[in-house]
Ligand binder design. Sequence first.
Ligand SMILES: N[C@@H](CCC(=O)N[C@@H](CS)C(=O)NCC(=O)O)C(=O)O
Length: 208
Amino acid sequence: MRLYSENYSPFSAPVRIAIYAKGLDIEIVAPPGGLRSAEYHRINPLGTIPCLMLDDGARLPESSAIMEYLEERFPSPALLPQAPEARAQVRLLQRIGELHITTQTVELGRLTDSVARDEPGMDRLTKIVRGLATLQNILSGDDYAAGHELTLADCQLAPALFRVPRAVGAYMNRDLIAAYPRVARYVETSRRHPAVARVLDEMGTASV
Ligand SMILES: N[C@@H](CCC(=O)N[C@@H](CS)C(=O)NCC(=O)O)C(=O)O
């Protein structure tokens, strides 16, 4: 199997954490010709990363679909708990990371300076603040988002939160994460996991 990914990509980072945590033998490559190239669009017509090419040549884009597939195909070590309620909590944390943090920081980065200070930018910031406030209430308080073990929630949340200071720094002169102590602690404890640390390092050294 082969994963198309870039180090900077906050949507690809969760998939790479899952791959590293499970110790999977999956080749990780940049999109040939670049993300916007015709060559890559022939591989993935959505034109997005991440995209997993399966052994039979089938293409699986969309980070959450890829992570669900990897979890089902390679269930050990598990990144989802057993009980339905605990699984629902992991998926809720994943969704908050994807929709309320990552998507908003990416969109904020796309806005020009003037627009960002206007309504579209404020709307993104509001969503991030609501996401952080929700995390403050529902993070486990243990080292990982849903308890003592790494789950798919951490795969999503650690890279999502990693991007927040830089994304909001241009528009807000305060440490937003520090305003949410449980979130701030989680940022520190989650990166003790080697798979998380590895991917955050990759993101930190990426040029884009
Ligand atoms: N919902 C998609 C989003 C993927 C996404 O937007 N990735 C960005 C890079 S971080 C991308 O490929 N952008 C290319 C484009 O939008 O043209 C997922 O979760 O995989």
